[in-house]
Design a protein around this ligand. Sequence first.
Ligand code: SF4
Length: 445
Amino acid sequence: MKKKPKNSTAAVAGTITKPKKRTRNVCEPKPKPEPGFTTEDIEDFQFREDEVGEIRASLLKWYDVNKRDLPWRRINDGDATDDGERDRKAYAVWVSEIMLQQTRVQTVINYFNRWMEKWPSVHHLAQASIEEVNEMWAGLGYYRRARFLLEGAKMIVEEGGRFPKSVNDLRKVRGIGEYTAGAIASIAFNEAVPVVDGNVVRVIARLKTISANPKDTATVKNIWRLAGQLVDVHRPGDFNQALMELGATLCTPLSPSCSSCPVSAQCSALSDSKHNPSMLVTDYPTKVAKVRQRHDFSAISVVEILEGEEDASKFLLVKRPEEGLLAGLWEFPSVSMNGEADVVTRRQAIDDFLKSSFGLSSSNVIEREEVGEYVHIFTHIRLKMYIELLVLRSRDVHRKEEKAVTSYKYVDTKTLASMGLSTGVRKAYNMVQKFKQTRSNLISR
Ligand code: SF4
């Protein structure tokens, strides 16, 4: 692998206690960054003391004027000195940060407001059931995070009900990692610790023209170190939010607004791009090939047990294992297939599963229809689901006793509608409903 020439920034930077010539003033054109460079250069990167001062001052000034008005920022936005108020702030930061790891700010606002209305404090949340939490979380995906919020709240309440105040203590709470701990400690408790998300990685990679693979552990570790140099000791929470806000609003991945950027004077990528037309600030951070998605296939059977009238029918739901993908969530019976599978193979697999796990026999079928296919994308998995509707007669169903190996239950449509189901399960149910509606429209014509 080609080794990157020693970065001129590193060569001149020295330590932060010895201000040296600014990298952005180095006029020698640098080679365009390439993925896969050794990360040893990044160890040498430092912000000089004067750079640190300028970046802190410019960024905080910009943030004070431009920060977005977001509901979690309104909670005790000021100098909350009372411990209870700080705890309330910590709880709001925690919930919002976990939600923001799932989706865009605009989507999170509604989820956050509803969540805080139902559980305004960690004490309220600790009283909730996992079903309620999943229901509130429905549509956000990655339900393990919601479960960790609940488990973390219970843990905090069991240990006295006060929020841990430092990164070290916060890390002991279930589901709180380095990023969330840094956010809570700096924003709610003024601990001068950094917070690094994708936005911060991008901004720092551009400020220091870091071409090392941004996914590499050593690179991430060094970006945390550099963010730690920058964080303002007097306003750490505001500074961390400002850095993330800059990445989210101005220093965007594809079209950064450098002309409006408060730290453009300290940005090496911008400086280099002015001296070398072949370079773009968007060359940083270096692009790395995406991890190939695994392709999975699953046969889903929406099993409906008819008990007289259709509105009295019940649906079979099965609980997923407590570990792994969508852990502990309820879903329709499903069987993993070894690749694309025809309808005969799928039905055979479903029949075997229903019989062995729930004692359901497909000889009592009232109706069995192929409803359609749906592809659900997880982070590293592309799951193709084949969805069928299987209607069985109640009196013919010989249900297995509760001691069956798989945890399952029968629920009516009203309960089903109010449950916290994953997006994929909700989609399968909606497809079945749409299928029935289309069919009844055709019949009534
Ligand atoms: S000058 Fe441009 S590339 Fe540099 S930090 Fe600002 S927005 Fe990002």
